[in-house]
Design a binder for this molecule. Structure first.
Ligand SMILES: C[S@@+](CC[C@H](N)C(=O)[O-])C[C@H]1O[C@@H](n2cnc3c(N)ncnc32)[C@H](O)[C@@H]1O
Length: 347
């Protein structure tokens, strides 16, 4: 899966243990801010009937591939098509010029191949689940040969070593439909989806701070939308990064937005991820969740995101500073109507 700031890859075990302590496999789980869909994928694998939601188009594609699309339906046709797409010759055009020449997110050799494959996927006009599997394969292949420190606000001054590797498509790890029934992926605003989807448990992993996911992953949004947007700045960000804002990225907005979302949810149990570096502290979150019943907190010491280790870079990819702190605390807040015996990871 793609490199993603705030991804819960390293916390999957703890999240599954917390969910498992409150809801048995087969329960309906809503992952309201699904991002890479890793958590939803792990929940589907564990037998939950999952609804994944995220308001960005690239994350909706990842959710459709990893949550909604079932392996028994799509793995074989997707594998055959990916083999053909992987043989296409490069076809450089707008994407290569924008992200490989005017900026340097990918080597032009790979940019031309991304472009040929993306055009071919558009021409196929495949059913949405199959298209999402093909797009996810392309996105992940491009991510493996990108030339960034994991965020698309900047690119490396010199090509990252992996950028010179040839792009290679792989079939994403699709899962069979769980016995509990079909899973699905939505592309909505968290607050609205919270009010619409009834479930047994909701998992909330909102943004923690001012950094917009659309800005950080604007190339993925463009690769999925394939809309040749107007772009601005050294990093060639999509013009709509300026207008498509999330209340969860604002210091003043996040508290009220999260409180409204929590109040709107139609489920008895919530699991909320947050860390000790976000706009809201532990006490504020405990107070916000208190009306939902008993609140318990699991605190997990955790290494910070890769960018913290690589250092601070300016938009030209030049290192301009280092980050002092290399660990933080990831919290899992569990709010339920009755007290529960939860796995204790750390105090
Ligand atoms: C911390 S990340 C989630 C990471 C995810 N759990 C994972 O493991 O990959 C937060 C996600 O919230 C999404 N998001 C931000 N504001 C949103 C909103 N108002 N409604 C729905 N999704 C939103 C972002 O696109 C981002 O993918």
């Amino acid at each position: 899966m793609i490199k993603y700031i705030g991804s819960k890859r390293a916390l999957l075990g703890q999240i599954l243990a917390a969910v498992g302590a409150v809801a048995p496999p087969g329960a309906r789980v809503l992952d309201l801010f699904s991002g890479t869909a890793r958590v939803s994928h792990a929940l589907k694998q564990a037998g939950y009937q999952v609804t994944a939601n995220d308001h960005n188009a690239y994350a909706h594609v990842l959710g459709t591939c990893y949550v909604q699309a079932d392996a028994e339906r799509w793995a074989e046709p997707a594998r055959r098509i990916l083999e053909e797409l992987d043989r296409l010759p490069p076809a450089p055009g707008w994407f290569t010029e924008t992200y490989c020449v005017q900026s340097r997110f990918f080597h032009p050799d790979n940019g031309g191949r991304v472009e040929a494959i993306r055009e071919a996927i558009a021409r196929l006009g495949a059913e949405p689940e199959l298209e999402a599997v093909l797009l996810t394969a392309l996105l992940e292949a491009a991510d493996r040969v990108d030339s960034t420190a994991g965020l698309q606000m900047a690119y490396m001054k010199r090509w990252a070593r992996r950028a010179e590797n040839p792009l290679k498509l792989r079939l994403p790890a699709l899962l069979p439909r769980p016995a509990a029934g079909a899973c699905r992926a939505l592309c909505g605003e968290a607050e609205e989806v919270a009010a619409e989807v009834a479930c047994d448990l909701a998992y909330l992993d909102p943004p923690y701070n001012q950094h917009s996911y659309l800005r950080n992953y604007h190339v993925w949004e463009t690769l999925v939308r394939w809309d040749q947007p107007a772009v601005y700045g050294v990093a060639m960000k999509r013009a709509d990064c300026r207008s498509r804002l999330s209340a969860f990225n604002s210091k003043r907005g996040i508290g009220p937005a999260l409180a409204r979302t929590v109040a709107a949810l139609r489920c008895p149990t919530l699991v909320v991820s947050f860390n000790d570096e976000g706009y809201l502290d532990r006490a504020a979150l405990e107070a916000m969740l208190a009306p939902r019943g008993h609140v318990q907190v699991i605190a997990i010491p955790h290494g910070r995101y890769v960018g913290a280790k690589i250092g601070i870079h300016n938009p030209r990819g030049e290192k301009v500073g280092t980050v002092g702190k290399l660990t933080n605390i990831e919290y899992l807040f569990v709010a339920s109507e009755r007290p529960l015996a939860l796995p204790q990871v750390a105090a």
